[in-house]
Design a protein around this ligand. Sequence first.
Ligand SMILES: NC(=O)c1ccc[n+]([C@@H]2O[C@H](COP(=O)([O-])OP(=O)(O)OC[C@H]3O[C@@H](n4cnc5c(N)ncnc54)[C@H](OP(=O)(O)O)[C@@H]3O)[C@@H](O)[C@H]2O)c1
Length: 246
Amino acid sequence: MKTRHALVIGASSGIGRSIAQRLKREGFFVSGISRRMPPPDTVDAAQCCDVLDAERMADALPQLAHAHGVPGVVVYTAGYPVMGCTLSIPEKEARQAFETHFWGLDRVVKAMLPIMKSHGGGTILAVLSIASVCPPPFEAYYAASKAAASAYLRSLSREMRRENVRLKWIAPGYVDTGFLERGNWFGMPIPQVRGSGVTPEQIAAAVVRMIHGGPEFKILGWKERLLAMGERLSPSLSKLWFSLKR
Ligand SMILES: NC(=O)c1ccc[n+]([C@@H]2O[C@H](COP(=O)([O-])OP(=O)(O)OC[C@H]3O[C@@H](n4cnc5c(N)ncnc54)[C@H](OP(=O)(O)O)[C@@H]3O)[C@@H](O)[C@H]2O)c1
């Protein structure tokens, strides 16, 4: 039997917080994992934990499943904004992007997928980025780590096609959460970033629709969909777009 327990990794702010609040409104019992405690109106239960800390994660994930039932929904939104001139980005920073976007996700999948499979199944959904589809300049490691997560989920989803666990991901463009402004921009000033117009609440609504069915993968925002289409037709088209933009 699928439980009404939803686990959100990265529920303490921004998109993850909106997703947790929306899932709560949908009647889920929501638990959260993040380094900071999520605000009280966001989740029903939480563990403060860094996704990079393998030992703590190995304790926290089964603890939440034991206390509140095996989740039928897991949403992974933890993100690390490392940006700027690629040659100026220290290796440690670049690795942290991969640790957060790729290895953290893998850690959660490995801990949750087997128990979800044996408890009625469910959905694991990751919030990736349009950068995973169409990598912008000055986001080489961010885009590469998100693209790695996308390839991982696509492959795993094909591997799991006969199983009862669905792997899904969404790719938003810039969202006004302060994520990019808080980022480390190496070798350049923080650029003026304009949001795509898509709000965290719209992303949360899309996530809920995808949990109940719908596509495996969704790009959010009309400009982002055009960009992805251009990239598919010819990467030179998106290169032209970026050269006009910056
Ligand atoms: N905002 C955008 O323009 C945009 C666009 C496309 C995709 N995204 C993606 O959307 C996701 C959410 O971003 P956001 O805009 O909502 O930014 P945000 O407000 O900074 O949210 C990031 C969340 O991830 C958690 N987190 C980060 N590192 C973590 C770690 N090591 N361990 C545990 N939790 C961690 C943070 O919690 P703690 O700090 O408490 O740990 C926070 O809850 C990210 O994956 C980002 O790449 C954002």
